[in-house]
Design a protein around this ligand. Structure first.
Ligand code: AMP
Ligand code: GLY
Length: 421
């Protein structure tokens, strides 16, 4: 089969490495991919948001199956456009991708179908939002409605912080249009768990759980980022909690989307918080997480491509989805300064004898050398029988990769290790 993967980051590299193992995959194109994945896919210089370019390419190459990985093209309707020309896709159509595309949609969905989440109010008028801030307790959480690259969420410790967050979204349009409507919600506490789940719209099969580390610096300090590292499985996510989540969150969400005429097919990401009052949904994503994918897929024993196609054709209930008993750890190596401004163009060298997977994200080729070209440059994933083994292996291999001003956290997985003790 001729496969096309839309996207160009570490998550896409992990997906590509996995489907490459499938006997069904003959050739894999990445649109646009990046220079670090050239050994695994044919990179084509078409941007992930260039829907016309994507459709034209699929037609020209007679693509048999497409995997649309990032949020933007999904929300923009890449799957709808590819389906129109007869190309089957992994990923939701636009009317279901809205579960990530609009926080207001997802909050209202959860309220209507009684899916546990933080209490909230929606505001379209600045004055009403400011008045509401007089009535809430602190900390409180202010969120821009639309996709804001994970940056549209502010945990405000005080009313002053909340006021300036609301003003920057609604008055100064810091996040563009996505801030013209805001959600103000209750601050929840508890360990966070990411659960990615395959679904064909009828049945839902959760993958192994994971834990992201979103803040830039050790000890969960510094700014929020796209994710600085992950581990799987997440020790807080016990079998009992998994059962509860299936009953109270996963199945009700799939059924709610069906009832709304928005059947979701693909990977649905549940960002959960295990609060003292039970698991609650912090956010939905309409896609694989990054860098969760970089620890979840290396532990998948079954054929990913077969599972994906079962999601597309409605036969997921008959598919085999098995994970190994081991653990995985992914450490992200970023450009110093990320998520704020940083320099690029530094040569990346990888010593021989790597005993871990390297998933490239912000990398490009310049004068025949691989150089840095983004905030998150790459992720190093190690798999082991135990979590402590996976963490040790990941860091040992991080030490074999060099580029100027590299920044990574040194404590990925420590919180999970402490929880196991
Ligand atoms: P999101 O982009 O919605 O995933 O939010 C980014 C991060 O903000 C989450 O991973 C949480 O750590 C935190 N967060 C979001 N909503 C809440 C909430 N209601 N209570 C506490 N923390 C939250
Ligand atoms: N790692 C969080 C996300 O993919 O949104």
């Amino acid at each position: 089969m001729k496969i096309m993967v839309v996207g160009g980051g570490g998550r896409e590299h992990a997906i590509i490495k996995k489907i490459k193992q499938s006997p069904l995959a003959e050739i894999i194109y990445a649109l646009p991919g990046n220079a670090g994945m050239r050994d695994d896919a044919v990179c084509v210089d078409i941007g992930a948001k260039d829907l016309d370019g994507i459709v034209a390419f699929a037609k020209e190459k007679q693509i048999d199956y497409a995997i649309v990985a990032p949020d933007d093209p999904l929300v923009l309707g890449a799957v709808d456009r590819l389906n129109e020309i007869g190309v089957p896709c992994f990923g939701p159509r636009a009317n279901a991708a809205i579960i990530e595309g609009s926080k207001i949609f997802s909050k209202n969905l959860m309220k209507k179908y009684r899916i546990p989440t933080a209490q909230y109010e929606v505001f379209t008028e600045l004055q009403a939002a400011l008045a509401y801030l007089d009535t809430v307790s602190y900390p409180t959480v202010v969120k821009a409605d639309g996709l804001a690259l994970g940056k549209g969420v502010v945990i405000a410790e005080t009313k002053d912080e909340a006021v300036s967050a609301v003003r920057s979204m609604m008055e100064d349009h810091l996040f563009g249009d996505s801030g013209s409507r805001v959600v103000i919600e209750e601050f929840l506490t508890g360990p966070e768990v990411s659960v990615l789940a395959f679904t064909d719209g009828k049945c839902v099969i959760p993958m192994i759980s994971s834990m992201d580390h979103k803040r830039a610096l050790d000890g969960d300090k510094g700014l929020n980022t796209g994710g600085m590292g992950t581990i799987a499985p997440n020790p807080y996510y016990t079998d009992a909690i998994a059962k509860q989540c299936m009953k109270e969150i996963f199945l009700p969400t799939i059924q709610a989307m069906n009832a709304e005429g928005r059947t979701f097919q693909g990977c649905l990401y549940f960002g959960l918080m295990l609060t003292p009052n039970g698991p609650k949904v912090i956010e939905y994503n309409c896609r694989f997480g990054d860098p969760e994918t970089q620890v979840v897929l290396p532990l998948l024993k079954s054929d990913l491509l077969t599972i994906m196609m079962a999601c597309t054709n409605g036969s997921l209930a008959e598919a085999t989805v098995e994970f190994s008993d081991g653990a995985a750890c992914c450490v992200i190596m970023a450009s110093g300064g990320y998520p704020k401004s940083y320099q690029s163009g530094f040569e990346i060298t990888v010593e021989s004898g790597m005993a871990a997977e390297v998933y490239f994200a912000g990398a490009k080729e310049s004068n025949g050398q691989l150089v840095t070209a983004g905030g998150r440059v790459l992720g190093v994933t190690a798999v082991s029988k135990t979590l402590s083994g996976a963490i040790a292996n990941a860091y040992e291999n991080v030490g074999k990769i060099h580029f100027e001003k590299a920044h990574y956290r040194t404590d990925i997985g420590q919180r999970a290790l402490n929880a196991l003790k």
